[in-house]
Design a protein around this ligand. Sequence first.
Ligand SMILES: [Ca+2]
Ligand SMILES: [Ca+2]
Length: 349
Amino acid sequence: MSKKPIAMIALLALPWTGPAQGQQGAFQGPFPVETLALADNPPSFCLPGGEGLPASSAAVAARRWAVSDDFVRVPGGTYRMGSTAGSIDEKPLHAVRVSDFLIGKYEVTNAQFVEFLNAKGNQTEGGSPWIDLDGSSLGERCRIRQSEDSFVVESGFENHPVVLVSWYGACAYADWLSQREGLRPCHSGTGAQKSCDWGADGYRLPTEAEWEYAAGGGAGSRTKWAGINKRGQMEDFMWFQDNAAAQGQDAPGYGLQPVGKRQPNALGLYDMSGNVWEWCWDWYKADYYAQNERLDPQGPSSGSYRVLRGGSWTGTPDLCQVANRDNYNPASHGISHGFRLVRRGLAAD
Ligand SMILES: [Ca+2]
Ligand SMILES: [Ca+2]
């Protein structure tokens, strides 16, 4: 496992300057949790194959493939995964085809994750809790608190990405969200035996191949960081060590940032590079690319560590490149470890 750069920074409170909040702390950010729920009436957008179907079939298709404003449909395609210049585990550069999928525009936030905690509790899986509520590092700490029988987000941190979440916690959140929306959960089993039903229409973590494809902008010209090739533009597109630690003169040293505050990449995705590392489904294997499946690779069948992608607010430019790979124990909790979700993009039947 690689070592993250250490930055000794002081922890100070950051005044909330983000989206307006409602009364009683109700979350009214730019992407309220409610928008994740399917609409009662099927929306008229995002209906692949829906046109021309009998009304009832179209309605079913609409409900099944309704896409909230928080998700982007990524058309599948072929791209060259890996790099020629990066670490040995990014080689060889090789062609991979990914199928259509939907991916979250944003890293999952504290406001979203706390709803899951209030529904399911902070359970232990793989030998550790889904989220480390007491966790802190590098002057940062968890902003979700357990207050008697409920979990609450510290005021002003609703739109910050959830961190200190284990890989198991991320998968459990995905299944809870799937059930809430009437979708089929993707996962079964626990711990190292957890498996994924790739045919299910519910939420899951992206594969490494999906993540890298989406971060680089999908098919067509691929960027080195999410949205950009020029190092001089990095501060406009991502939170990383050069700008995240300098934000807010009242809070020097504060690193984690609310999601969606930099420019998105060509697919409309925010913070794929930087802010928080994002858990992917795959077991990590350094030489996996030499034997990678060429169509929708799902990673090695077993392993000890799960993949993280994209670098973070503590990261160097190199760590934040779309081809960079990292890995941690799936039961671990990192102050810069978060996630975003994907769903299948087309019906298989
Ligand atoms: Ca990120
Ligand atoms: Ca690496």
